[in-house]
Write a protein that binds this ligand. Structure first.
Ligand code: GLN
Length: 279
């Protein structure tokens, strides 16, 4: 169980909650001992320590960002330097250039992305990624263990990199997890796996940036240490995103939330998981 007092001191992650699978992100972050707040209006950006742009439908998100007057304020928050994790549609929103078709984006990540570049729903699934041996900064080395998987759902494909960016994981040679300064962006959905190494890496980034110590109750990596995040049925998504409902938030209210219902008593950090040791 998480100590409520400690939990109150946990960093607060704003999760863009206009559309898409924001609830899964909240659950995954709670399991890492972080608090979350649904971001649906500019006021919800006040005081957050980090931000998540979830998967969903980027065109719908853009439309709703404009309707809610949130496009500008969100852009300021994204550039403020707080850690940001963007997944799938979220990555599309951050990209410098978007194709298939072209659409507006924040242009903060120097990549070209092709929407649905990994195919349609029919081609969606969970795939093993190449990582761990890549050229990344020493602090990130070992955070992403070999055998890590990613669930791709109508996923964007990064087809070009235009500037300084770190590739943390690839699928069949193409970048699928990239990092630039405070921005971490994935073509896949770490939030659909329990204690996925990418979520845990982001949680570490958030704690480091917020200067807050790690909370007890961080989840144990499920499955074999060498194959974290691996689903029961490789090649099939573990959990599908809920279908987009343009203009209809999936949940009302905006309470800050902190639960930890996935977390068992012990914990395994990403680096420990990478080497198969526990503490
Ligand atoms: N295909 C979606 C888009 O282009 C992204 C899919 C996802 O986020 N799972 O916005």
């Amino acid at each position: 169980m998480t100590d409520t007092t400690n939990m109150e001191a946990a960093p607060l992650v704003g999760v863009l909650a206009l559309q898409g699978d924001f609830a899964d992100h909240q659950e995954a972050l709670h399991a890492c001992g972080l608090r979350t707040r649904q971001v649906r209006a500019a006021a919800h950006l006040q005081g957050i320590d980090a931000l998540v742009l979830p998967g969903g439908e980027s065109t719908t998100m853009l439309k709703l960002l404009r309707v809610e007057g949130l496009f500008g304020p969100l852009g300021e928050a994204l550039q403020s330097g707080i850690p940001v994790m963007a997944t799938c549609a979220g990555l599309i929103l951050l990209a410098e250039q978007v194709e298939n078709p072209a659409q507006q984006s924040y242009g903060l990540l120097p990549v070209t992305v092709v929407r649905n570049g990994y195919g349609r729903q029919f081609h969606s699934g969970t795939f093993e990624l190449e990582c761990g041996e890549l050229d990344c900064e020493p602090s990130l080395r070992g955070a992403l263990p070999p055998g890590m998987t990613g669930t791709f759902i109508r996923a964007p494909r990064i087809t070009a990199i235009h500037g300084a960016i770190t590739v943390l994981a690839r699928r069949d040679g193409d970048p699928v997890l990239v990092q630039k300064d405070h921005l971490l962006a994935a073509c896949f959905h770490p939030e659909l796996s329990v204690a996925h190494p990418v979520t845990m890496l982001f949680a570490d980034m958030v704690r480091a940036a917020a200067g807050k110590p790690e909370q007890e109750g961080k989840p144990e990596q499920e499955g074999k240490p060498a194959q974290p995040g691996k689903p029961a049925q490789p090649g099939k998504p573990q959990k599908q995103s809920k279908p987009a409902q343009p203009g209809k938030p999936e949940q009302l209210g905006n309470q800050e939330q902190a639960s930890n219902h996935r977390a068992p008593a012990s914990r395994v950090g990403p680096r420990e998981a990478a080497t198969g040791t526990t503490s």
